[in-house]
Structures are given as structure tokens and as C-alpha cells.
Write a protein that binds this ligand. Sequence first.
Ligand code: TYD
Length: 233
Amino acid sequence: MGLSYGVPPGHGGPSQPTGLFIAFEGGDGGGKTTQIQRLTLWLRQQGMTPVVTREPGGTSVGLQIRQLVLHGDDLSARAEALLFAADRAHHVDTVIRPAIEAGQIVLTDRYLDSSVAYQGAGRALASDDVLALSLWATQGLRPHLTVLLDVAPQEGRDRRMAQPDRVESEPDDFHERVRGHFVALAAADPGRYLMLDAGLPVDDLAAQVVAHVEPLVTSLRTDASRRPHGGPP
Ligand code: TYD
């Protein structure tokens, strides 16, 4: 897998060093946070310090958007889609792209597929429009790998600890559409997705994630060692 995938022209190409960008996606209550923590721990054990971030809310502006979009008054579907895209645009410009351009590893809890699944399939906006909006917002930046933790809505609800937010409060049929869309995205591009059953034991999931990430990290380190001032990210 080429590490320059998803980095648009002018933002690093095959000959330029780039980092590694991994997104964790899936329905609410699927255990993304736990798996990100586990992968972070493994990366630290390998001597690397990833940038760990999330959407919405990976920046200070993003935290204000998060409050508005998840805990504010009701919003029209299009306004909601635009707010998630605005959060993502700022997040990519100020956190994600600078980090991967510096050769770092970025782990994000949700990214563009969440908009395609939740605002596209869930809110029944045209998925292609929602994707185009996020691609515009991010200047085409897509992850090298997306880990999809597939969870049934009922199961996810049972596992959630906090009070449900605006999106989580939607009924099961909304979350079924979201789940179906996530699965379809992963099935359409198996080379860039790792789809896992979120119901498996945490240790098994963590081991599968590491098995997929290890070769990407090895390749990143090989690239880094070829740089004039290369070294571990
Ligand atoms: P998340 O931060 O995963 O929830 P929590 O902090 O409770 O674990 O996500 C918040 C909600 O935002 C989640 O229900 C999915 C929704 N969401 C969208 O609808 N579209 C998006 O583009 C993103 C990033 C999140």
C-alpha cells in the first residue's frame, strides 16, 4: 500500500515523505476509543508517538462546532452536514495535514466516512454530495487505512456510558442505515478498510489492528530512513 494515498497533488506525492493516516469508524458504542488507545500503546512500545485526534472536536474551533452540532438546538440536515464538514476542514488544515506532512502517524476517531454514513445514509442526503463536500473541505485527503468497528445499533446502545447526543438519539432504523453504509464502504474497498466485528474481545481486536498497521509502520520507517534527516516519527 503506497503511503502517499489520498494526499492530493501539491501536498506530498510518491517521491515526498508523508506520514501515516489511520481513521477509526463505526456506529456509536463500537469501542473505537479503546482500540485507538490500544494502538497508541503499541505504537509507543515501538518508539513512536502518534498524533491522536477526533471528529468532531479535534481543534478548539472544532470543540465549539461539536457543542453546536451534538448538543445544540435542532438543525436542518444540510446545516448539520456543513458543520461537520467545517470542523473537518479546520481539523485537516491545522492538525492532520501538518502532522502527516511532517512524517507523523495520525490516528483519528472518526473522519469523512462518518459524514457519508450519518449525514448521507442516516439523514438521507445524497451520499455523493456529502462525500464531495468533505473532499472539498479536506482537499481530497483520505486515510491510508480505515478501521471499521462494526456494531449493531442495539448492542452499541447497550455499551454506551454517556447520555446520548443529538445524533445518537436517533432511532434504530437511522443507525441501521448508517451501519449498512459503513459496511458497504468497507466492502467496496477491502484494501483500504479493515472491518472488524466490534463484539469480539478487545484483545483480539487490538491484535488484528496491529497486524494490519505493522506493515504500514515498517514501510513508513523505511521511507523515513531514506530521508536526509529521517528518523522515527
Ligand atoms: P463520537 O465522538 O464518536 O461520540 P462519543 O464521543 O459519544 O463517543 O461521535 C459523535 C457523534 O457524531 C456520533 O453519533 C456520530 C456523529 N457524527 C456525524 O454524524 N457525522 C460526522 O461527520 C461525524 C464526524 C460524527
